[in-house]
Design a protein around this ligand. Structure first.
Ligand code: CMC
Length: 443
């Protein structure tokens, strides 16, 4: 008869252990009982980069990487991209269910009411060098927000928690836009609360001398759909940083700043920026075969940016939606000439054995940058545009972590491989010779 357990025989001792399997996993703490003797610490799992370790039980986002499936709270992301709005999706991620019309109205009103930033943040942003990377400004300004809302550290108070969740979702577009305007040397634009979430971002980014900026509805919707697609992606690098940092019970501004820093890297949210730089470097479809050859030869660690994913071993479902979205955007903005390079890269890569055997398919970042560029964003704004919607996902992960009675401060173990105990050399002059040193007191 089948049992939901795992039998392990320790060949060092000949002892057999039976470990429960629940939801397809074993608890690595159950391995700790496996010892060679009373002084043995017990067996641990070794899993660099968490390749096969679940760090939480989560009800937010479901991914089936082999089949290319992504659900938020059970809803397929393609359906949400077609029928929902980013703010409705943010509500879904945070609260677990789609809002009623009244709940949605109140949620949108609350977020809209909190789009303004404290005036001191103008001076704060002004302190950055004229050419500062907007993501550096974004991360630092979010961290600075914790000093404006010191009560946010009361993370066990549900009301305070939710108030700061709303503030964060509402303020990230303003911080993003102001980082961009500072970089461009343009005057900062205040939020226009009569516009939608995406429309207001476009206004704060693009408005010049006109009294009121009216966003193009196609571009406004395209941006909103991109926000839906980027809102959450379960336990990726930045989400686990959010949970890890939040597990120390720090305020959510500091935790979102940490998660944003993780997102900044070129292997994560910085990849869309790297894709555009790569497409620009390739420049023309004729140069694609030579580029692919260099990637396959691993020259200088070169990778096909926007391809491959730790979880998806199939076409990223988000990339499919984005590819369709690109056509609608290009009808308004004109075709991005780099699209041809991207299409040719995809065409060649998808029939090349190197990419097929490693299950490397386009991911979310492969086409999103082309759309951002067509809308008029410079490449260094791309990771910031990723961070805006991901804030709601990080916060949903953070809230779930705080309510999970099994979670404690995150603290991985290590396998120590350094030298054993040794004494500071007696014949070495001590580096510290101050008043508290043994040599000084004995003098
Ligand atoms: N181009 C060429 N080869 C690749 C690529 C790529 N983009 N990605 C993986 N490989 C190769 C890699 O060299 C390795 O080959 P081998 O077995 O011969 O050593 C094999 O595929 C497995 O790669 P890996 O690095 O072990 O896979 P990983 O799961 O650790 O990395 C990844 C996942 C996303 C970091 C990686 O695929 C990558 O660097 N992609 C390019 C950057 C990118 O587009 N990142 C955005 C990810 S999606 C947005 C997000 O969720 O943040």
């Amino acid at each position: 008869m089948s049992k939901n357990t795992l039998s392990i025989t320790d060949n060092r001792t000949g002892q057999t252990y039976e470990i429960p399997i629940i939801d397809g996993v074993i608890r690595t703490m159950d391995l700790r009982q496996i010892k060679t003797g009373p002084d043995d610490f017990g067996l641990m799992g070794y899993d660099p980069a968490y390749m096969n370790t679940a760090s939480c039980r989560s009800a937010i986002t479901y991914i089936d990487g082999d089949r290319g499936i992504l659900h938020y709270r059970g809803y397929p992301v393609e359906q949400l991209a077609e029928k929902s709005t980013y703010l409705e999706v943010a509500y879904l991620l945070i609260h677990g269910e789609l809002p009623t019309p009244q709940q949605l109205e109140q949620w949108v009103a609350e977020i809209t009411m909190h789009t303004m930033l404290h005036e001191n943040l103008r001076t704060f942003i002004d302190g950055f060098r004229y050419d500062a990377h907007p993501m550096g400004m974004f991360i630092s300004t979010i961290a600075a927000l914790s000093t404006f809302y010191p009560e946010a550290k009361e993370v066990d108070d549900r009301q305070i928690r939710m108030q700061n969740v709303i503030r964060l979702i509402a303020k990230v577009p303003t911080i993003a836009a102001w980082s961009y305007r500072h970089r461009q040397g343009f005057p900062l634009v205040y939020p226009d609360n009569s516009l939608s979430f995406a429309g207001n971002l476009l206004s704060m980014v693009k408005k010049m001398t006109e009294l009121r900026y009216t966003p193009n509805p196609v571009l406004e919707r395209a941006l909103d759909v991109l926000f839906i697609l980027h809102a959450d992606h379960e336990q990726n690098c930045s989400a686990s940083v959010m949970r890890s940092t939040g597990s120390s019970r720090v305020d959510p501004y500091s935790a979102v700043a940490a998660a944003s820093a993780a997102l900044y890297g070129p292997l994560h949210g910085g990849a869309n920026e790297a894709v555009l730089r790569m497409l620009t470097e390739i420049g023309h479809v004729n140069n694609v075969p030579a580029f692919i050859k260099e990637v396959k030869e691993g020259k200088g660690g070169k990778r096909l940016m926007g391809f491959g994913h730790r979880v998806y071993k199939n076409y990223d479902p988000r990339a499919k939606v984005i590819k369709q979205l690109a056509d609608q955007v290009f009808e308004v903005t004109g075709r991005n000439p780099l699209l041809d390079v991207a299409l040719e890269l995809e065409r060649i890569a998808l029939q090349d054995d190197y990419f097929i055997s490693r299950k490397l398919y386009p991911n979310v970042d492969f086409y999103s940058g082309l759309i951002y560029q067509a809308i008029g964003f410079p490449v260094d704004m791309f990771p910031v545009l990723f961070a805006i919607p991901r804030t709601s996902g990080w916060l949903a992960q953070w809230l779930e972590m705080l309510d999970d009675s099994e979670q404690k401060i995150a603290r991985p173990r290590q396998v120590y491989i350094g030298v054993g105990r040794r004494d500071y050399p007696a014949d070495r002059p001590p580096a510290y010779r101050g008043p508290l040193s043994a040599t000084a007191t004995s003098r």
